[in-house]
Design a protein around this ligand. Structure first.
Ligand code: ZN
Ligand code: ZN
Length: 342
């Protein structure tokens, strides 16, 4: 099969083609697994964190990609959950141990044995991939393939982030950064919390314009103070400055949820501006979001189909995976990016 193979960690600005299109052996489904013919795969900022070594794959080479929509081509021994031809999705969670205290209490995202699709196991930047049938999801009919892909990570992690804010209808929500996940959170909030106003902080004028189109109450740059204090903020940026600025925009008792697998360190000094009375006092909280559970993905797909939430997508031919990644790096983003594979 053809696959984009990732084999060397480096700075994407220096090495603009970190993935190589190669012919590699087709994977075979093991016991309990299904073989998928990949239709589309979403492109996520987390791929940049892998390529640049902030969350490096434990073995190289590896095939990246964790927002996979495919059709079941073959089933392994004991894998009877899906039928040949079924359309299924694969998300960031590839497997978890199933027995630790986290796995037993609905927090498999925190499992020490958590394995991620496209990092700890080969993912969807390829014509075929295998996955345990227990870690695959039915894709609701209402979505075409390209619409479904971003729901599997950007949407599911946005759903988890929004749940972690503890937001109630009518409270004010801020979003710092407005990429694939941010735009899906905004669409979700419009439905779940119709009385909530959303304030978007984004660097690019295009991102701010897009946020207003989707119904943001107010938009501004990353340095701007919001016109009113906010009850919760979700940060999806790779930087530190937005974290500090978000804390000053939070109201008393407010919560900042940081949805980033890793932060880049180029502006880490900005943390020295952290001022206890201004940023932390008055019971302000900060919480990170780590990975997703299967329940997050399944519940979000169900909610997204009911509303329905249709993500705004930019589709790239498979051969242009490196270009799509570079555009994320350069924040040339409107909605979510998806590779069409077959
Ligand atoms: Zn992702
Ligand atoms: Zn576990």
């Amino acid at each position: 099969m053809k696959a984009f193979v990732f084999s060397r960690i480096g700075d994407l600005r220096e090495d603009r083609n970190p993935l190589e299109l190669r012919v590699v052996p087709d994977p075979n489904p093991k016991k309990g697994e299904v073989l998928l013919r990949v239709l589309v795969c979403g492109v996520c900022h987390t791929e940049l964190d892998e390529i640049e070594g902030r969350t490096p794959p434990p073995r190289l080479p590896v095939i990246l990609g964790h927002q996979v929509v495919g059709r079941v081509e073959q089933t392994g021994v004991g894998a009877g959950r899906f039928r040949i031809g079924d359309r299924v999705g694969v998300a960031w969670i590839y497997s978890a141990c199933g027995t630790c205290k986290f796995c037993r209490s609905g927090q498999e995202n925190l499992c020490a044995g958590f394995r991620a699709t496209g990092r700890d196991a080969d993912g969807g930047y390829a014509e075929y991939m295998t996955v345990s049938q227990d870690f695959a999801y039915d894709i609701p009919e209402v979505f075409c393939d390209t619409e479904a892909a971003p729901l599997l990570c950007a949407g599911a992690i946005g759903f988890r982030s929004l749940n972690l804010t503890g937001l109630r209808d009518g409270q004010r929500l801020g979003l710092t950064g407005f990429g694939a996940s941010g735009h899906l959170v905004l669409l979700m909030v419009k439905h779940k919390f119709p009385g909530t106003q959303v304030f978007v902080f984004a660097r690019a004028g295009k991102e701010r314009e897009f946020a207003r189109e989707l119904g943001a109450e107010w938009t501004g740059g990353p340095d701007e103070a919001s016109p009113v204090k906010l009850d919760a903020i979700i940060d999806t940026t790779p930087a530190w400055k937005p974290v500090v600025e978000a804390l000053s925009n939070l109201d008393a008792g407010g919560r900042l949820v940081v949805n980033a697998i890793r932060k880049e360190n180029s502006d880490q000094d900005y943390l020295l501006k952290l001022d206890y009375p201004r940023h932390l006092w008055m019971e302000k909280e900060t919480k990170s979001v780590a990975n997703v559970t299967r329940a997050d993905v399944a519940e979000f797909l169900k909610l997204a189909a009911e509303i329905p939430i249709k993500p705004e997508v930019e589709v790239y031919p498979f051969e242009e995976a490196n270009r799509a990644l570079l555009e994320i790096k350069e924040r040339r983003i409107r909605g979510a990016k998806v590779l069409r594979i077959s």
